[in-house]
Design a protein around this ligand. Structure first.
Ligand SMILES: NC(=O)c1ccc[n+]([C@@H]2O[C@H](COP(=O)([O-])OP(=O)(O)OC[C@H]3O[C@@H](n4cnc5c(N)ncnc54)[C@H](OP(=O)(O)O)[C@@H]3O)[C@@H](O)[C@H]2O)c1
Length: 156
C-alpha cells in the first residue's frame, strides 16, 4: 500500500527554504511513530533537508528510497529514477514523506493519507498542491496542542 504523511498549516504551507517552517515536538513524535518501521520514499530535496538533522546519525527508517531524475548514488538510500514505474510496480508498503513535488506526483497512487493540520498560519514558500480531499474518507482524527492528526483512506 502507498501512504503519504505530511503536516500543513491553514494555508496548506509545508516548507520554508527546504526546511519545515515550524517546530512541533508532538508532530515530530507522530511522524517518527508512523515512519520508523517503514520503507519511506522522498524526493532529493527532502533527503538533503533531513540529512541536516541526521548529520552523524542514521536515518530512522527501515528502508529509504530517494526520487531523483539525475543519476546519483546515496550512501544510505536507493535511487528511484522512474517514480511512476516504482509506484505502479512496488509490492512493498511505502510511506511517502515529501516534499511538494513527490507528494504531487504520487498522490494518484496513495491509498492512505496521514495529515497533520497545524491550526495556525506560518511563513514559508512551499505549499501542498491543491487536491480533492473528497476522494478520501476520514478514518481517524485526534486533536492535541493545536494540531489535528487525521488519517484518510481512499474511497473505493
Ligand atoms: N510539512 C511537511 O510535512 C513536509 C514534509 C516533507 C518535505 N517538506 C518540505 O517540502 C519542500 C521540498 O519539496 P520539493 O518539491 O522542493 O522537493 P522534493 O519533492 O523533496 O524533491 C524533488 C526531487 O524529486 C525529483 N523528481 C521530480 N520528478 C521525478 C520523477 N518523475 N521521478 C523521479 N524523481 C523525480 C527531482 O529531481 P531533479 O532534481 O533531478 O529534478 C527532485 O530532486 C521543503 O521545503 C521541505 O521542508 C515538508
Amino acid at each position: 500500500m502507498i501512504s503519504m504523511i505530511w503536516a500543513m498549516d491553514e494555508n496548506w504551507l509545508i516548507g520554508k527554504d527546504n526546511m519545515l517552517p515550524w517546530h512541533y515536538p508532538k508532530d515530530l513524535a507522530y511522524f517518527k511513530r508512523h515512519t520508523k518501521d517503514c520503507a519511506v520514499l522522498m524526493g532529493d530535496m527532502t533527503y538533503q533537508s533531513l540529512k541536516t538533522y541526521y548529520v552523524s546519525k542514521p536515518l530512522p527508517f527501515k528502508k529509504v528510497y530517494i526520487a531523483n531524475i539525475e543519476d546519483k548514488v546515496y550512501p544510505d538510500g536507493l535511487l528511484v529514477k522512474d517514480l511512476f514505474h516504482f509506484l505502479k510496480t512496488t509490492d512493498e508498503d511505502i510511506m511517502i514523506i515529501g516534499g511538494k513535488t513527490i507528494y504531487q506526483l504520487s498522490l494518484p497512487y496513495a491509498q492512505r493519507l496521514y495529515i497533520t493540520y497545524v491550526l495556525k498560519t506560518h511563513n514559508g514558500n512551499v505549499y501542498f498542491p491543491k487536491f480533492d480531499l473528497n476522494a478520501f474518507k476520514l478514518i481517524e482524527k485526534n486533536i492535541e496542542d493545536g494540531l489535528i492528526f487525521a488519517v484518510y483512506e481512499r474511497k473505493s
